[in-house]
Design a protein around this ligand. Structure first.
Ligand SMILES: [Zn+2]
Length: 316
């Protein structure tokens, strides 16, 4: 977010994180209790704690539909110059499109080219809004079925990737095996699978599902450490360990999908159900558990340094 970074300087990378996940209407109407300065200070403190643990880079995957506020995120990026924060563009929807795009594009009332592609491309090549801050990543979601809106988003993200080279993260739902649907669409679009992270793959311990995606060349986002109410850390660690023993180290990336504030769950619920779901959890607890599970340090380095760099650079 502060400008270009050399691929060799990316270092230890968390591939799927957030600072704040919020609902725009609640923000505008002031229905949500929110202290801007306190929240920014808290995020800066948490990001400094990441730096203290040796993290060099985070992929900040908060996009349209999640309350992205790029200028607020930029304050954190400026205050923590030791950390690279890479911003994302794209759209987070499980169903239909925002109305600014619903009536435009192929097979719509107004027709014309897909407007999402122009927006995503502009955010990558010129900047987000008028800020000049460029996104380096593309993000979309496939939670349930392939609705018209979700399919348009996936194909728009694919087209934007082809124009810009920015890699893709798809939020998937392994319990519904939606990675396979994403695979079909992205293969139809001719996307190199090594430039795609199947996000939230770590919610699953189904090796058949995971190995089929990895065999097809996709990156597996083992990216929700600490979210115990979906999958325990013990199971997440065991699944990574089994994949490594099967030879899939080059297909695995690690992260938390954490945020410093979220209004999608009732107050206090996340703290109660997932008390250690936070940005430093991997370094505080998970890495030692992975080592104890028989994974070598150099394999951890591949998951946290080599694989994110290869995914982002496209240099295979
Ligand atoms: Zn996320």
């Amino acid at each position: 977010m502060r400008g270009p970074v050399r691929f060799e300087e990316l270092g230890t990378t968390l591939v799927h994180e957030h600072l704040w996940v919020r609902s725009p209407e609640l923000i505008v109407e002031g229905q949500e209790k929110w202290d801007e300065e306190r929240e920014v200070a808290k995020a800066i403190r948490r990001m400094r704690e990441l730096v203290d643990r040796g993290v060099n880079t985070i992929f900040e995957l908060t996009v349209y539909g999640m309350g992205r506020n790029i200028l607020r995120t930029a304050r954190v990026a400026e205050a923590v110059p030791e950390l690279n924060i890479i911003a994302a563009t794209g759209l987070y929807t499980y169903h239909s499109l925002p109305f600014e795009w619903y009536h435009q594009g192929p097979n719509t009332l107004l027709g014309g080219p897909e407007p999402m592609v122009a927006r995503f491309e502009k955010e990558i090549t010129e900047g987000i809004g008028g800020t000049g801050i460029k996104a380096g990543l593309l993000k979309c979601a496939l939670e349930n079925d392939l609705s018209d809106g979700v399919e348009r988003t996936l194909r728009a993200v694919a087209a934007s990737h082809k124009k810009t080279g920015a890699p893709i993260t798809v939020h998937t739902n392994p319990s519904k095996r939606t990675g396979f649907i994403a695979q079909r669409i992205l293969e139809e679009e001719g996307i190199a699978p090594g430039r795609v992270i199947m996000g939230h793959s770590g919610d699953s311990s189904d090796l058949d599902y995971l190995c089929r995606l990895a065999d097809a060349g996709f990156m597996l986002g083992m990216d929700r450490f600490g979210i115990r109410f979906i999958q325990s850390d013990e199971t997440r660690v065991a699944t990574v360990s089994r994949l490594v023993k099967l030879g899939y180290t080059e297909s695995i990336v690690l992260s938390h999908d954490a945020c410093t504030h979220m209004d999608w769950l009732p107050q206090g619920v996340a703290e109660e159900l997932a008390p250690d779901w936070n940005h430093t959890h991997i370094h505080d607890s998970v890495l030692s558990a992975l080592l104890e599970a028989g994974i070598a340090q150099e394999q951890l380095d591949m998951m946290m340094i080599g694989n994110p760099r290869r995914y982002l650079s496209g240099v295979m």
